[in-house]
Design a protein around this ligand. Structure first.
Ligand code: B1N
Length: 830
C-alpha cells in the first residue's frame, strides 16, 4: 500500500473519534436516560419497554458509529482493500444483544436498566427481528458481516431495506396464514440515513450509439424511468469492538415524489402514483427460498440494489483518488448467489459507457473484482430471465451480455469447445425454453473465483451444473464451507454453556474456536457431564415454558427433544420425520409398555406462500400433533409440536434446548446447511444424511457421534437414472405402509379423508425426494438414537465430542478462507 490516496483529505489521527469508554453504571445509566429524554422526548416514569429499547439502542449506536468512523478512517489512510458483499438478503434478527456482547457491555447494561426501573429481558424482547431474508442464504450473509467485522476486514454489505421483511406466520386450524411483517413500524434506532449517498437508477428506455472504441461500441442509455436509491447505514461491530463495518441498505422512492399540479387539481392518488410505483421496488422481500420468483419486480429489485451499490463503490474509489485500473486492488465484490449477477453487466456499462474504458481493460477490471457464491443446484432455483424482459427493462445490459457471450463462446471455441452442443451448454443464453439469460453463467464468466458452500456441493458443481464451464476454467471453482458466528449462536444463545466452557477451557475459548477441541480430553469427565446436563435442562425448561405459553402444550423437559427447524421444502423432508412420528405413535399404541424413550418432536418453519405441497405438509404436522397430543395412551411418551413463526430469535431459544438435530435432506440437495452447525455446536447430536456440510460435521465430530442414514448422493443419482418406483419400498416396509395408510384413511383429518391426498399420491406414485427409499434406514437410525439416549454416559460423551469438534465451523474460519483465496485481503492492523 505504498501510494496513499490523493483525496486531499487530511489523514489525521483516527482515535479522537472514539468515545471515552463508559467507566461506571452511573455513566451508562445517564447516557441511556439522556437518549430517552432528549432524543425520544419520553418521561422515565411512563417509558415503555420499547422506549427503553430505543433509548438503549441509540446510546449504543453512538459508540458503534464512533468505531465505524474510526475503522473507515484507518482503512482509507492505510489504502487498504475493501470487500463489498452484495446480497438480496440479510437475515439479521435482533441486534441489541449482539452489540452488547461485542462491546462487552451486557452486565453494565443490566445494572443500568435496573437502576432506571426497566427490566433487561423485557427490553431485549421489545426489539423486532430484522427478517430481511428467507433462510440459510440470508442468515449466512448476516453471520459473515459479523465475522468480517470481528476479523477487521473492511467490508460493506449492500442490500435492500425491505419495508416488509419475511411474512409473519400464524397457524389457524393447522393451516399456515401469512401476515405482513412490519419491523419498521415503530422506527429503527440502529440505522442512519445517508442522503449524500443517494443515487438514481434507470429502467427501460432506449440506447444511443455514440462512438466506437477498439471494436466495442460506446453507448448512452436513456432510461425511460428513474428510481431514487436512498441509503441507510447500520453499523456492525465486531467481537471485542476490534473493528466496525457497515451494512448499507437501499430503499426506493420516486425522484419527484409528489406531482403538485395533480394534487392541487384534486387528483390525490395520481399525484403520488409515481412514488407508490417506485417504492414498490423495496416494498417486500420475495418469500422464495430456492423456488424461483419469476416476477418482473424481482428483476427490478436485483438491478436496483446492484446498480446503486456499484455506483457507490466507484464513487468511493474515485473520491479516494485512485484510477479505475486499480479497482481490483482496492475492491473485492462478492455476489451472494446470482441475485446481484446483473452487477457484472452494470460494471461493464459504467466502465465502457460512462468512463470510456476500453472493452478488454473493462473486462479485466470486472473479472478482477467479482466473485460469485453458488448456494443451490436445484434446477428450479437457477435464475434465468427472459431475453425479451431484459431487453425491455435493461436494454443496454442486454447488448453487453450479448457481446460478453460472443467473446466467451469464441474463447471456448479456441480451446476446442466448438461442437454445437457444447456451445449451447456454455452459452449465457438458454435457447431451450424460450430465449432466457442464464444468470449463473454470467456470474461464472464474470468472476475470478466461484465457490460452493460445502465440499460435497462444490464437487457436484464441478460434475453437474457447471461441468462444461469448469472444464474451460479449471481453476475457477473453489470450496468455502459455510460457517456460523459463535458470538450469536453460542455466547448469546447459550450463556449457560458458554459460562461452563469458559470455566473448563479458559477465556481463550472466547477468541479461538480451536480451543473447543480441548473438550475431547474431558468427554468422560463426570463433573463436566453433570454441569452440561444441568445447562441443557435449564434450556429445555425455558423452551417448554414458551411452548406452554404459546400452544398450551405441557412438555416434559426430561424427554428427548428431537428438533426439525428450517424452511419447509420437500427436499428437506419434514415429511419423512412426520411419517416416522406417525409410525412411532402406532408402535407405542400397539405395545405401550415396551419401555419407550419419551420424545418431543419439535417442528418450526415457513413455507413459501405459493408452495402448495409445503403448506400441506405444515397442515399434516399440525393435524398429526392434535391427534397424538390428545391420545391418553401415548401422551407421556410422544408429543408433536409445531412452533409458529420461526425466525432468528426463536432459533436462539430452540437450538440450545435440542437433544437431537434433524438434518435429513435427500442427499445431494442441501448445498450446505448451517442450522446443522448451530445444533452440533450447542451439543445436540445429529441424525442426518450424507448431504451438504453434514459430511464435514461427521468428519470433525467422529462417525460414532452422529447418526447417519440413507442413500448417498451418488446412490440417489443412480436411483433417479434408473427410474424410481416407490411402491417397492412401501410394500417392503409394514411400518411405512401403516403410516401412509393412516394418513390416507383420514386418521388425522376426521371427516375429510382426502385432505392429504396430494401427499399420499406423491409418496405412492413419484416420491421425487426419495422419502420412501430412506424410510426404513431413517427409522432404524431413530432406534439407535433411542438406544444411545438410554445410555446416559454414552449420550453425553457424544454430546461433548460434538461441541468439541465444531471449531472449524466458525464463520471466522469461512471469512478467513474467502479473504485469502478469493478476496486477497487481510485484516486491518491497528
Ligand atoms: O443457502 C444456504 C445453504 O446452507 C443451504 O443449504 C441452501 O439451501 C441455501 C433463492 C435461495 N440456496 N439457495 C437459496 C434463497 C433465496 C432465493 O430466492 C435461493 N438458499 C440457499 C447458505 O449457503
Amino acid at each position: 500500500h505504498s501510494d496513499l490516496p490523493a483525496s486531499g483529505r487530511a489523514p489525521g489521527p483516527a482515535v479522537p473519534l472514539a468515545l471515552a469508554p463508559i467507566r461506571s453504571v452511573a455513566d451508562w445509566r445517564d447516557a441511556i436516560l439522556a437518549k430517552l429524554v432528549y432524543a425520544l422526548g419520553r418521561d422515565q416514569r411512563t417509558a415503555s419497554d420499547r422506549d427503553w429499547f430505543e433509548a438503549l439502542a441509540l446510546a449504543l449506536r453512538d459508540r458503534v458509529v464512533a468505531h465505524a468512523l474510526d475503522s473507515d478512517d484507518l482503512t482509507r489512510v492505510a489504502g487498504h482493500k475493501r470487500v463489498y458483499y452484495l446480497s438480496l438478503e440479510f437475515l439479521v434478527g435482533r441486534l441489541l444483544v449482539d452489540t452488547l456482547t461485542n462491546l462487552d457491555m451486557t452486565g453494565l447494561t443490566r445494572a443500568a436498566l435496573g437502576e432506571l426501573g426497566a427490566d433487561f429481558e423485557r427490553v431485549r424482547a421489545a426489539e423486532p427481528d430484522a427478517a430481511l431474508g428467507n433462510g440459510g442464504l440470508g442468515r449466512l450473509a448476516a453471520c459473515f458481516m459479523e465475522s468480517a467485522a470481528s476479523l477487521a476486514i473492511p467490508t460493506c454489505g449492500y442490500g435492500i431495506r425491505y419495508e416488509n421483511g419475511l411474512f409473519r406466520q400464524e397457524i389457524r386450524n393447522g393451516v399456515q396464514v401469512e401476515l405482513p411483517e412490519d419491523w419498521l413500524a415503530a422506527g429503527n434506532p440502529w440505522e442512519i440515513r445517508r442522503p449524500e449517498r443517494d443515487c438514481d437508477i434507470g429502467f427501460g428506455g432506449h440506447v444511443e450509439q455514440v462512438g466506437d472504441d477498439d471494436g466495442a461500441t460506446r453507448c448512452v442509455w436513456h432510461p425511460a424511468e428513474l428510481v431514487r436509491a436512498v441509503a441507510h447505514d447500520t453499523p456492525v461491530i465486531g467481537w471485542r469492538a476490534r473493528h466496525a463495518n457497515r451494512l448499507r441498505l437501499w430503499s426506493a422512492r420516486a425522484v419527484a415524489p409528489l406531482r403538485l399540479d395533480a394534487f392541487n387539481a384534486g387528483d390525490y392518488l395520481g399525484a403520488v402514483a409515481d412514488d407508490v410505483r417506485a417504492r414498490s421496488v423495496s416494498r417486500v422481500l420475495y418469500p422464495s427460498d430456492t423456488t424461483p420468483a419469476g416476477q418482473e419486480l424481482r428483476l427490478r429489485q436485483e438491478y436496483f440494489f446492484s446498480a446503486a451499490s456499484l455506483h457507490d463503490i466507484l464513487r468511493r474509489h474515485l473520491a479516494e483518488g485512485y484510477d479505475l485500473s486499480r479497482l481490483p486492488d482496492m475492491a473485492a465484490i462478492q455476489l451472494n448467489d446470482t441475485h446481484p449477477a446483473i452487477a457484472i453487466a452494470e460494471m461493464m456499462r459504467l466502465l465502457v459507457d460512462r468512463h470510456g474504458t476500453a472493452w478488454n481493460e473493462a473486462w479485466r477490471i470486472t473479472c478482477g473484482c467479482f466473485s460469485y457464491t453458488n448456494h443451490t443446484l436445484l434446477p428450479e432455483a437457477l435464475e434465468t430471465w427472459p431475453v425479451a424482459l431484459m431487453e425491455r427493462l435493461l436494454p443496454r445490459h442486454m447488448q453487453i451480455i450479448y457481446r460478453l457471450n460472443a467473446d466467451h463462446l469464441e474463447a471456448a471455441r479456441a480451446k476446442g469447445a466448438a461442437s454445437d452442443s457444447l456451445q449451447a451448454s456454455l452459452s449465457m443464453i438458454d435457447e431451450t425454453q424460450g430465449r432466457r439469460v442464464r444468470m449463473g453463467t454470467l456470474a461464472f464468466v464474470g468472476s475470478h473465483r466461484v465457490n460452493g458452500v460445502s465440499a460435497l456441493h462444490t464437487g457436484l458443481m464441478r460434475e453437474t451444473v457447471f461441468h462444461d464451464l469448469h472444464v474451460l476454467h479449471p481453476d475457477r471453482i473453489t470450496n468455502v464451507t459455510n460457517g456460523i458466528t459463535f458470538r450469536r449462536w453460542l455466547f448469546e444463545a447459550n450463556p449457560r454453556l458458554t459460562g461452563l466452557l469458559v470455566d473448563v477451557l479458559g477465556d481463550a475459548v472466547l477468541d479461538d474456536p480451536s480451543v473447543l477441541a480441548g473438550l475431547r480430553g474431558l468427554a468422560g469427565d463426570p463433573g463436566l457431564r453433570a454441569r452440561l446436563i444441568a445447562c441443557r435442562r435449564a434450556n429445555k425448561v425455558a423452551l417448554s415454558n414458551l411452548v406452554g405459553e404459546q400452544l398450551g402444550i405441557g412438555l416434559d423437559p426430561d424427554a428427548l427433544f428431537d428438533v426439525h427447524v428450517k424452511r419447509l421444502h420437500e427436499y428437506k423432508r419434514q415429511l419423512l420425520n412426520i411419517l416416522e412420528a406417525v409410525s412411532l405413535w402406532q408402535a407405542i399404541r400397539a405395545r405401550p409398555a415396551a419401555g419407550w424413550v419419551p420424545r418431543v418432536k419439535i417442528f418450526a418453519g415457513k413455507a413459501a406462500a405459493s408452495y402448495a405441497q409445503a403448506r400441506l405438509i405444515i397442515r399434516l404436522i399440525n393435524d398429526v400433533a392434535s391427534v397424538i397430543n390428545n391420545d391418553p395412551v401415548t401422551s407421556d411418551l410422544l408429543k408433536v409440536v409445531f412452533l409458529p413463526n420461526f425466525n432468528v430469535s426463536l432459533a436462539e431459544i430452540i437450538i440450545p434446548a435440542a437433544d437431537l438435530s434433524e438434518q435429513i435432506s435427500t442427499a445431494g440437495m442441501e448445498a450446505s446447511g448451517t442450522g446443522n452447525m448451530k445444533f452440533a455446536l450447542n451439543g445436540a447430536l445429529t441424525i442426518g444424511t450424507l448431504d451438504g456440510a453434514n459430511i464435514e460435521i461427521r468428519d470433525h465430530v467422529g462417525a460414532d457421534n452422529i447418526f447417519i442414514f440413507g442413500l448417498t448422493a451418488a446412490e440417489v443419482a443412480v436411483r433417479r437414472l434408473d427410474g424410481w418406483h416407490p411402491e417397492c419400498s412401501i410394500v417392503a416396509s409394514p411400518a411405512l405402509a401403516g403410516a401412509i395408510e393412516a394418513i390416507g384413511r383420514g386418521t388425522f383429518s376426521p371427516g375429510e379423508d382426502t385432505r392429504f391426498a396430494p401427499i399420499v399420491d406423491e409418496l405412492r406414485r413419484t416420491d421425487r425426494f426419495l422419502v420412501t427409499a430412506d424410510f426404513d434406514s431413517y427409522a432404524e437410525a431413530q432406534r439407535r438414537v433411542a438406544a444411545l439416549w438410554r445410555d446416559r454416559d454414552a449420550w453425553w460423551r457424544a454430546a461433548v465430542l460434538n461441541t468439541a469438534g465444531m471449531g472449524p465451523f466458525s464463520s471466522d474460519r469461512a471469512i478467513g478462507e474467502y479473504a485469502e483465496k478469493i478476496w486477497h485481503v487481510t485484516g486491518l492492523e491497528r
